[in-house]
Design a protein around this ligand. Structure first.
Ligand code: 5GP
Ligand code: ZN
Length: 103
C-alpha cells in the first residue's frame, strides 16, 4: 500500500496524533497552514469526497460528529475552518479522504 495516510494510520510513518478511535484518526499536519492544523481521516481508505457513497458515509458523519471535540481538545477556542480538497483542480495531494481543521 503506497498511500501515505494508510501508512500513518498503520504506524509505519510517525505522526503527532490528536484523536483516534476504531474508525477515524486525527493528526497534526506536517506543514501547518494555520496555528492549529489537524487532518482527520477515516481509517478505511476512501480516495476523496467524490468516493463517498451511502455504503461508506457513516464514517464521514462520525468524523463531523468528532470534529468539534478534536478542535476543542487542540485548544481552538475562537473558530476554525474545515476543508477537504477533492481532485486535481483542488490540488488534492494525498488521495485518501481527509478533512483539514484550520484554527
Ligand atoms: P491536500 O493537499 O491533499 O488537501 O492535503 C494533504 C496534507 O497532508 C498537506 O497539508 C500536507 O502537509 C499533509 N501531509 C503530507 N504528508 C504528510 C505526512 O507525512 N505527515 C503529516 N502529518 N502530514 C502530511
Ligand atoms: Zn489510504
Amino acid at each position: 500500500m503506497s498511500c501515505i495516510f494508510c501508512m500513518i494510520k498503520n504506524g509505519d510513518i510517525p505522526s503527532k496524533k490528536a484523536y483516534e478511535d476504531e474508525d477515524i484518526l486525527a493528526f497534526y499536519d506536517v506543514n501547518p497552514q494555520a496555528p492549529v492544523h489537524i487532518l482527520v481521516i477515516p481509517k478505511e481508505h476512501i480516495e476523496s469526497v467524490d468516493c463517498i457513497t451511502s455504503e461508506n458515509s457513516a464514517v464521514v458523519a462520525k468524523i463531523f460528529e468528532k470534529i468539534p471535540q478534536i478542535a476543542k481538545d487542540a485548544g481552538i477556542t475562537n473558530g476554525y475552518r474545515v476543508i477537504s480538497n477533492c481532485g486535481s483542480d483542488a490540488c488534492q495531494s494525498v488521495k485518501h479522504l481527509h478533512f483539514h481543521i484550520l484554527g
